[in-house]
Design a protein. Structure first.
Length: 216
Protein backbone atom coordinates (compact mmCIF):
# COMPACT_ATOMS: atom_id res chain seq x y z
CA UNK A 1 0.00 0.00 0.00
CA UNK A 2 2.86 2.39 0.84
CA UNK A 3 4.47 1.73 -2.55
CA UNK A 4 1.13 2.38 -4.29
CA UNK A 5 0.78 5.68 -2.44
CA UNK A 6 4.32 6.67 -3.40
CA UNK A 7 3.65 5.93 -7.08
CA UNK A 8 0.36 7.82 -6.94
CA UNK A 9 2.13 10.84 -5.43
CA UNK A 10 4.84 10.75 -8.09
CA UNK A 11 2.27 10.69 -10.91
CA UNK A 12 0.26 13.47 -9.30
CA UNK A 13 3.34 15.61 -8.77
CA UNK A 14 4.63 15.04 -12.31
CA UNK A 15 1.33 16.43 -13.62
CA UNK A 16 1.32 19.38 -11.23
CA UNK A 17 4.91 20.30 -12.15
CA UNK A 18 4.09 20.94 -15.78
CA UNK A 19 5.93 23.93 -17.27
CA UNK A 20 3.13 26.39 -16.64
CA UNK A 21 3.44 29.84 -18.19
CA UNK A 22 6.83 29.09 -19.73
CA UNK A 23 8.02 30.61 -22.99
CA UNK A 24 6.75 33.68 -24.83
CA UNK A 25 4.01 33.22 -25.54
CA UNK A 26 3.36 30.09 -23.45
CA UNK A 27 1.80 27.12 -25.18
CA UNK A 28 -1.99 27.20 -25.05
CA UNK A 29 -2.28 24.24 -22.68
CA UNK A 30 0.27 25.87 -20.32
CA UNK A 31 -1.52 29.21 -19.95
CA UNK A 32 -3.02 30.10 -16.57
CA UNK A 33 -5.42 33.04 -16.25
CA UNK A 34 -7.51 34.62 -13.54
CA UNK A 35 -10.24 35.73 -15.93
CA UNK A 36 -11.27 32.23 -17.01
CA UNK A 37 -10.87 30.63 -13.59
CA UNK A 38 -8.05 28.33 -14.70
CA UNK A 39 -5.84 29.70 -11.92
CA UNK A 40 -8.04 27.92 -9.38
CA UNK A 41 -8.15 24.57 -11.19
CA UNK A 42 -5.93 21.59 -10.45
CA UNK A 43 -3.09 21.21 -11.18
CA UNK A 44 -2.78 24.88 -12.22
CA UNK A 45 -3.47 25.92 -8.62
CA UNK A 46 -0.07 24.59 -7.61
CA UNK A 47 1.58 27.26 -9.76
CA UNK A 48 -0.99 29.97 -9.01
CA UNK A 49 -0.53 30.14 -5.25
CA UNK A 50 3.20 30.64 -5.77
CA UNK A 51 2.77 33.27 -8.49
CA UNK A 52 -0.41 35.11 -7.53
CA UNK A 53 1.29 38.49 -8.08
CA UNK A 54 1.54 37.67 -11.77
CA UNK A 55 -2.20 37.07 -12.01
CA UNK A 56 -3.95 39.76 -9.97
CA UNK A 57 -3.01 43.11 -8.41
CA UNK A 58 -1.62 42.76 -4.88
CA UNK A 59 -0.75 45.19 -2.10
CA UNK A 60 2.57 45.32 -0.29
CA UNK A 61 2.12 45.86 3.45
CA UNK A 62 4.98 47.66 5.20
CA UNK A 63 6.31 45.83 8.24
CA UNK A 64 7.00 49.09 10.11
CA UNK A 65 10.08 51.08 11.07
CA UNK A 66 11.35 48.64 13.68
CA UNK A 67 13.96 46.11 12.71
CA UNK A 68 12.75 42.58 12.07
CA UNK A 69 13.43 40.15 14.88
CA UNK A 70 16.40 37.90 14.03
CA UNK A 71 15.50 34.27 13.51
CA UNK A 72 17.26 31.77 15.75
CA UNK A 73 17.72 28.53 13.85
CA UNK A 74 17.88 25.26 15.73
CA UNK A 75 17.31 22.62 13.09
CA UNK A 76 15.89 19.24 14.00
CA UNK A 77 16.32 16.23 11.70
CA UNK A 78 12.62 15.68 11.02
CA UNK A 79 13.50 13.93 7.74
CA UNK A 80 14.38 10.87 9.83
CA UNK A 81 10.83 10.58 11.16
CA UNK A 82 8.18 8.18 9.96
CA UNK A 83 4.56 9.32 10.19
CA UNK A 84 1.77 6.87 10.98
CA UNK A 85 -1.20 7.33 8.63
CA UNK A 86 -4.87 6.78 9.46
CA UNK A 87 -4.49 3.28 8.05
CA UNK A 88 -1.48 2.58 10.32
CA UNK A 89 1.00 2.86 7.44
CA UNK A 90 4.48 4.15 8.18
CA UNK A 91 5.34 6.93 5.74
CA UNK A 92 8.72 8.69 5.57
CA UNK A 93 8.66 12.43 6.29
CA UNK A 94 9.37 13.40 2.68
CA UNK A 95 6.63 11.09 1.41
CA UNK A 96 4.16 12.82 3.72
CA UNK A 97 5.12 16.22 2.33
CA UNK A 98 4.65 14.94 -1.22
CA UNK A 99 1.35 13.24 -0.39
CA UNK A 100 -0.01 16.44 1.15
CA UNK A 101 1.18 18.62 -1.76
CA UNK A 102 3.19 20.78 0.64
CA UNK A 103 4.73 23.83 -1.02
CA UNK A 104 6.64 25.09 2.01
CA UNK A 105 6.83 24.24 5.67
CA UNK A 106 8.32 26.15 8.60
CA UNK A 107 8.08 24.91 12.17
CA UNK A 108 8.76 27.16 15.16
CA UNK A 109 9.33 25.79 18.67
CA UNK A 110 9.90 27.97 21.72
CA UNK A 111 10.68 30.88 19.42
CA UNK A 112 13.30 29.02 17.39
CA UNK A 113 13.07 27.88 13.78
CA UNK A 114 13.54 24.12 13.98
CA UNK A 115 12.55 23.14 10.44
CA UNK A 116 12.22 24.84 7.06
CA UNK A 117 11.81 23.36 3.60
CA UNK A 118 10.54 24.44 0.17
CA UNK A 119 9.18 22.31 -2.63
CA UNK A 120 8.09 22.54 -6.26
CA UNK A 121 7.51 26.21 -7.18
CA UNK A 122 8.20 27.58 -3.70
CA UNK A 123 11.45 29.16 -2.50
CA UNK A 124 12.62 31.24 0.50
CA UNK A 125 12.12 34.49 -1.45
CA UNK A 126 8.95 33.47 -3.27
CA UNK A 127 5.65 34.97 -2.13
CA UNK A 128 2.92 32.43 -1.48
CA UNK A 129 -0.83 32.99 -1.21
CA UNK A 130 -1.92 32.17 2.37
CA UNK A 131 -5.65 32.57 1.76
CA UNK A 132 -7.67 31.77 4.91
CA UNK A 133 -4.51 31.25 6.96
CA UNK A 134 -4.55 35.04 7.38
CA UNK A 135 -7.65 34.73 9.57
CA UNK A 136 -5.92 32.21 11.84
CA UNK A 137 -2.82 34.38 12.18
CA UNK A 138 -4.81 37.54 12.95
CA UNK A 139 -7.04 35.63 15.37
CA UNK A 140 -4.05 34.26 17.30
CA UNK A 141 -2.45 37.72 17.54
CA UNK A 142 -5.69 39.27 18.78
CA UNK A 143 -6.23 36.55 21.39
CA UNK A 144 -2.67 37.11 22.66
CA UNK A 145 -3.36 40.82 23.00
CA UNK A 146 -6.64 40.11 24.81
CA UNK A 147 -4.93 37.65 27.19
CA UNK A 148 -2.27 40.28 27.94
CA UNK A 149 -4.99 42.87 28.68
CA UNK A 150 -3.77 44.96 25.74
CA UNK A 151 -7.11 44.76 23.98
CA UNK A 152 -10.72 44.61 25.15
CA UNK A 153 -12.74 42.00 23.30
CA UNK A 154 -15.99 43.80 24.26
CA UNK A 155 -15.06 46.79 22.14
CA UNK A 156 -17.12 47.45 19.05
CA UNK A 157 -15.42 46.67 15.76
CA UNK A 158 -16.38 50.13 14.55
CA UNK A 159 -14.29 51.66 17.33
CA UNK A 160 -11.23 49.94 15.90
CA UNK A 161 -12.19 50.60 12.29
CA UNK A 162 -14.22 53.82 12.19
CA UNK A 163 -14.89 53.26 8.49
CA UNK A 164 -17.37 50.55 9.52
CA UNK A 165 -19.59 52.79 11.66
CA UNK A 166 -22.09 53.22 8.84
CA UNK A 167 -21.96 49.58 7.82
CA UNK A 168 -23.68 46.44 9.02
CA UNK A 169 -20.70 45.80 11.35
CA UNK A 170 -21.62 48.79 13.53
CA UNK A 171 -23.12 46.72 16.38
CA UNK A 172 -20.67 43.81 16.33
CA UNK A 173 -18.04 43.45 19.05
CA UNK A 174 -14.55 42.09 18.58
CA UNK A 175 -15.56 38.95 20.49
CA UNK A 176 -18.54 38.47 18.16
CA UNK A 177 -16.17 38.43 15.21
CA UNK A 178 -13.53 36.20 16.82
CA UNK A 179 -16.18 33.66 17.85
CA UNK A 180 -17.85 33.87 14.44
CA UNK A 181 -21.11 34.90 16.10
CA UNK A 182 -22.03 37.43 13.45
CA UNK A 183 -24.84 36.17 11.26
CA UNK A 184 -24.71 37.02 7.59
CA UNK A 185 -27.65 36.88 5.24
CA UNK A 186 -27.33 37.13 1.52
CA UNK A 187 -30.17 39.30 0.31
CA UNK A 188 -31.03 39.25 -3.36
CA UNK A 189 -32.31 42.54 -4.60
CA UNK A 190 -34.02 42.96 -7.93
CA UNK A 191 -33.09 46.21 -9.60
CA UNK A 192 -36.14 47.82 -11.18
CA UNK A 193 -33.97 49.40 -13.83
CA UNK A 194 -31.91 46.46 -14.99
CA UNK A 195 -34.17 43.61 -13.80
CA UNK A 196 -31.02 41.79 -12.70
CA UNK A 197 -30.25 40.18 -9.38
CA UNK A 198 -27.68 41.86 -7.20
CA UNK A 199 -26.31 40.46 -3.99
CA UNK A 200 -25.49 42.32 -0.82
CA UNK A 201 -24.41 41.03 2.53
CA UNK A 202 -25.99 42.48 5.62
CA UNK A 203 -25.49 41.67 9.24
CA UNK A 204 -29.00 41.33 10.60
CA UNK A 205 -28.07 40.39 14.11
CA UNK A 206 -25.29 39.31 16.42
CA UNK A 207 -25.91 35.93 17.92
CA UNK A 208 -25.40 36.39 21.63
CA UNK A 209 -25.93 32.81 22.67
CA UNK A 210 -26.14 31.76 26.28
CA UNK A 211 -22.86 31.04 28.03
CA UNK A 212 -23.76 27.38 28.30
CA UNK A 213 -24.09 27.10 24.54
CA UNK A 214 -20.96 29.13 23.88
CA UNK A 215 -18.91 26.90 26.15
CA UNK A 216 -20.01 23.67 24.49
Amino acid sequence: MSRFLAVFCMLRMSKSKRNWMQGFPPQKEAIIQFSDGSFYSWPQLKWSVNNIQQLVPTKTVWRGASAARPTIERHVALEELNITSETDEQLPWREVLRATETDALAIMHAGDLVYESYHDYASPRQSHLIMSCAKSIVGLLLEIMIANAELDDAILVAEILPELRESAWANATLRDVLDMQVVWILMKIISTQTQRFGGIFAVVECCHKSKSKQNV
